[in-house]
Ligand binder design. Structure first.
Ligand SMILES: *[C@@H]1O[C@H](CO)[C@@H](O)[C@H](O)[C@H]1NC(C)=O
Ligand SMILES: *[C@@H]1O[C@H](CO)[C@@H](O)[C@H](O)[C@H]1NC(C)=O
Ligand SMILES: *[C@@H]1O[C@H](CO)[C@@H](O)[C@H](O)[C@H]1NC(C)=O
Ligand SMILES: *[C@@H]1O[C@H](CO)[C@@H](O)[C@H](O)[C@H]1NC(C)=O
Ligand SMILES: *[C@@H]1O[C@H](CO)[C@@H](O)[C@H](O)[C@H]1NC(C)=O
Ligand SMILES: *[C@@H]1O[C@H](CO)[C@@H](O)[C@H](O)[C@H]1NC(C)=O
Ligand SMILES: *[C@@H]1O[C@H](CO)[C@@H](O)[C@H](O)[C@H]1NC(C)=O
Length: 813
């Protein structure tokens, strides 16, 4: 109470302050104030609150800036449009617990409102740069500057909405570098009931740049937004709140996001201590295609394409004449109108690699799946497209778009899938075009094919695994569960692959051929067709069908179904547009695409996939043929382990798989105990994983590695460098600029532990995943299990010797 009285007596107050300003304070109570000339400094000394004038003007503003950065960088301003003419400014807490900024003649130039009166309030500048007015008794914030951002988004600030209070936190640029009054350049998260939220940067009311909606991992328009050493980020989207927020990984690093009216950009800067300057880390818009609606309605902006604007497939320029004159503003219209009356006549074409269109006219539901989503869209004549709301775990939820599709662009890597409505006649045309378009080769696993499968087997659709055992001589565990796998009709697959045309052939092995296809609904598939002539492979075929049908993991390739009809046996997979890992690692043109963060993601992804196989899936499985060519990459470069033709199911909780007299696998990846004695276990997969990691780090194949100075293989080479204290020499030179040294070292260390000679010295995959993802101390590796050059008997007649099909059969010794 005494405090409250004091606060009204300015003179006393000022005197009080004068006696205290000699040392930095981080908070004031109602009896105190912050007059011009004094400041509050956050506890750790990183931020300072006080009065400043910007540039040459004499106007005074109350603001917050970095205390330790010599280049005055203001991150927040209170009286943005209401400057004080002289040095009479004073900030104080008034008797009803509100902040008041007084100017000349004690006029109030800025204030906070709608704050309840509390017994004891305190104003404090936190280490985060947040100025908070606290209810000291309740320990709650009555008001905070983070709720009213200026042009800067600091770590821990929310950009978005609180639906409970109706509070919106948005950014607005300064009018110019001298005037903090908001210009018309803003960044806001759109908030409409049941639409797919996203952030828009606008000039006035006109959209200028769009992040694209949040897809669970990142904004659809920012494929480069991924886990990184600088900052972590999240997007929260629930009934109460919608917001984006980031945090710095390293406390000592200083980074901010700021809007600039002059340059019309939203930039992230990082303070470079050595150069005493802010360096731009990223900036939006990045290019032409980031400019909102650059290609008009239903246009697709593709950097590198000439012209940069293309109509989406199935659409044509609204005015060919203007289009020819590079005026894209009118956009594109459908070539063939939709026939909504006969609703079943329309269908969808799947587009990949896109920034999803503007979501202003969208509808979202987090619970329904993609199939229901398709039905929802088909049932509403104004629905033009649909896709999953969240792409994680193969996709969940549903979002549908109404009206024209606006501001789509194409990304070479990391774009998204979108199913766009087409008329039946357009679908037919599109099918034809697709078939002749792409001849991308994916390397598909080696599966030896052959023996005819008793036709009734899978025809019955729900097959008891028990029955499988009777024809499968391997004495392994058989879970008593139903096998449910969609059956495809031969004619469906024949149509999808243009009758298995050579144009659609993706690869070939001893088992038969793999074809790319497109189903009527636009879904792309890879069909593995077992050749009729092959004398082997019944077990492998069944093995794969049974195993993979039961497995579902982001890092395992997904089997969509199979097809067994007469002599025809096929496995239908999801199509992997980015081929296999080996084509990226060992192909000179592809490797540049795989910079370090991606390689690390891939290593971690494979580790998680393998952990799932070994431990977390309903079955416990040893893959037995893990190698670079058996890791496929989807359009986001997510690694997917494929080829379960040689995999074995473990009995119960037993970690030891057993002993086999038929050693199958790939030379160069096989653990010594397996190659020599036919003993396999989860630890033999761990060995293969170790080899694979070394290959990913070095960009060099273990098999066929040659060094001019010694005769070691890749493992031997890595071990040599490790002991010489030069493990970094192993790193692929093309990673140089992108490489996180500590991460790479850890990967090398872990891989050496994985390739230990004795299985018991190798970690299990659960440990590997932990070791890769944390900073825990690692044990020292002993000499790895490698043999410089091993004699092997290859039964050439049992396996094709193409690079992609490298099953090596060794005679047991
Ligand atoms: C600032 O000073 C100028 C001229 O001295 C005067 O015209 C203006 O009204 C003053 N503004 C405020 C907010 O006091
Ligand atoms: C405190 O400030 C607020 C906001 O300016 C104002 O509404 C309120 O009347 C003030 N209280 C007193 C006692 O002056
Ligand atoms: C401030 O007070 C003085 C004298 O009382 C007066 O002359 C002047 O116009 C006032 N200024 C403002 C901006 O109200
Ligand atoms: C905007 O960018 C320009 C050019 O880089 C710079 O001079 C200016 O200070 C920036 N404005 C703000 C408000 O940061
Ligand atoms: C547009 O350009 C194409 C090819 O350059 C040409 O064939 C076509 O006649 C042009 N159309 C118009 C309307 O100018
Ligand atoms: C989403 O769809 C499900 C099933 O149709 C429905 O129960 C649920 O209420 C919907 N949620 C919203 C937010 O519309
Ligand atoms: C189609 O969707 C629009 C937009 O949500 C809605 O207004 C309209 O009622 C829907 N029509 C049908 C037939 O469901």
């Amino acid at each position: 109470m005494v405090h409250l009285l004091f606060s009204l007596m300015m003179g006393t107050n000022l005197l009080f302050m004068l006696s205290t300003i000699c040392f930095a304070v981080n908070s004031i109570s109602p009896s105190q104030s912050v007059p011009d000339g004094t400041t509050l400094v956050s506890k750790d000394g990183s931020f300072e609150l006080g009065f400043f004038n910007s540039g040459s003007s004499t106007n005074r503003y109350l603001g917050i800036w970095y205390k330790n950065i010599p280049v005055r960088t203001v991150v927040w301003v209170a009286n943005r449009c209401n400057p004080i003419n002289d040095s009479s400014g004073m900030l104080m807490i008034n008797s009803t617990s509100n902040l008041m900024l007084l100017g000349q003649n004690k006029s109030v130039v800025w204030w906070t409102s709608s704050v309840q009166n509390v017994q004891s309030a305190r104003l404090e500048l936190l280490d985060s740069g947040n100025l908070v007015l606290m209810d000291v008794v309740a320990g709650t914030y009555l008001w905070q500057s983070f709720d009213y951002p200026s042009d800067t988004l600091l770590p821990g600030m929310k950009l978005g909405w609180d639906s409970r209070t109706g509070l919106e936190r948005s950014l607005s640029a300064w009018k110019n570098s001298e005037d903090p009054c908001p210009g018309d350049f803003t960044d806001r998260i759109q908030m409409q009931l049941n639409t797919y939220p996203e952030a828009y940067v606008r000039i006035g009311t006109a959209k200028y740049y769009r992040t694209g909606p949040w897809n669970g991992l990142r904004f659809s328009g920012s494929p480069e937004l991924r886990p990184n050493p600088l900052f972590s980020f999240k997007f929260v989207y629930n009934e109460d709140e919608v917001y984006y927020m980031y945090d710095l990984q390293e406390k000592s690093v200083i980074s901010r996001v700021v809007l600039n009216q002059t340059t019309r950009s939203r930039d992230r800067f990082t303070w470079i201590e050595a150069d005493q300057t802010w360096r731009a880390y990223s900036s939006a818009p990045r290019d032409l295609c980031d400019h909102y609606g650059f290609c008009g309605a239903n246009g697709n902006c593709i950097i590198g394409e000439n012209p940069v604007c293309q109509c989406l497939k199935g659409f044509k320029p609204k005015s060919q004449e203007k289009w020819n004159l590079t005026d894209w503003s009118l956009g594109c219209v459908r070539k063939k109108p939709l026939s909504c009356q006969g609703r079943d006549k329309d269908g969808f074409v799947k587009f990949s690699g896109l920034k999803l269109p503007d979501t202003t006219l969208s509808w979202v539901n987090k619970t329904i799946n993609l199939e229901e989503c398709r039905a929802k869209c088909l049932n509403n004549c104004s629905c033009m497209a649909y896709t999953s709301q969240d792409i994680r775990g193969g996709g969940t939820g549903c979002v549908i778009w109404f009206g024209d599709l606006i501001d789509i662009r194409q990304f070479p890597v990391g774009g998204e899938e979108l199913y766009i409505r087409m008329s039946a006649s357009e679908l037919e045309d599109n099918d034809r075009r697709l078939k002749t378009a792409m001849t991308v080769a994916i390397t598909v696993a080696a599966i030896v094919s052959g023996l005819l499968l008793a036709g009734y087997y899978i025809h019955r659709r729900r097959t008891k695994l028990k029955e499988v055992r009777e024809t499968n001589q391997n004495n392994e565990a058989e879970p008593k569960e139903d096998l449910e796998l969609p059956l495809f009709d031969v004619t469906t697959i024949a149509t999808a692959t243009d009758n298995f045309s050579s144009d659609n052939k993706l690869g070939e092995g001893g088992f038969g051929s793999v074809y790319k296809g497109t189903l009527a609904d636009g879904q792309e598939i890879a069909a593995k067709r077992l050749s009729r002539s092959s004398g082997q492979g019944f077990n492998e075929f069944m093995n794969e069908v049974i195993l993979i049908a039961k497995l579902q993991h982001r890092n395992l390739v997904k089997l969509l179904g199979c097809c067994v009809q007469g002599e025809e046996k096929m496995l239908i997979y999801e199509y992997m547009p980015n081929k296999s890992l080996d084509s990226f690692l060992f192909d000179q043109t592809g490797e540049l695409l795989l910079y370090w963060p991606k390689r690390f993601d891939i290593i971690c992804g494979i580790a998680r996939g393998l952990l799932y196989l070994h431990q977390d899936s309903r079955l416990r499985i040893i893959h037995r043929d893990l190698k670079a060519s058996n890791v496929l990459l989807d359009n986001e470069m997510t690694p997917k382990i494929s080829d379960f033709g040689l995999a074995r199911i473990l009995v119960g909780g037993d970690q030891i798989g057993g002993n086999t007299n038929r050693v199958v696998g790939t030379y160069g990846y096989m653990a010594p105990e397996y190659a020599l004695d036919g003993v396999f276990s989860v630890k033999s997969d761990v060995f293969s994983f170790g080899i694979l990691v070394l290959e990913v780090i070095s960009g060099i194949k273990n098999k066929g590695f040659y060094h001019p100075n010694h005769s070691q293989n890749l493992v031997g080479h890595a071990w040599k460098l490790w002991n010489e204290g030069q493990p970094l020499e192993l790193i692929d030179p093309c990673l140089a600029s992108s490489c996180m040294v500590s991460e790479a070292l850890r990967c090398i260390h872990v891989s050496l532990l994985c390739v230990q000679h004795h299985p018991e010295d190798r970690p299990n995959m659960a440990s590997v995943v932990i070791m890769l993802g944390s900073e825990i101390a690692l044990t020292h590796p002993k000499q790895p299990g490698f043999f410089t050059r091993m004699e092997s008997h290859e039964e050439g007649n049992q396996s094709s010797s193409t690079n992609e099909m490298s099953i090596t059969l060794l005679e047991p010794r």
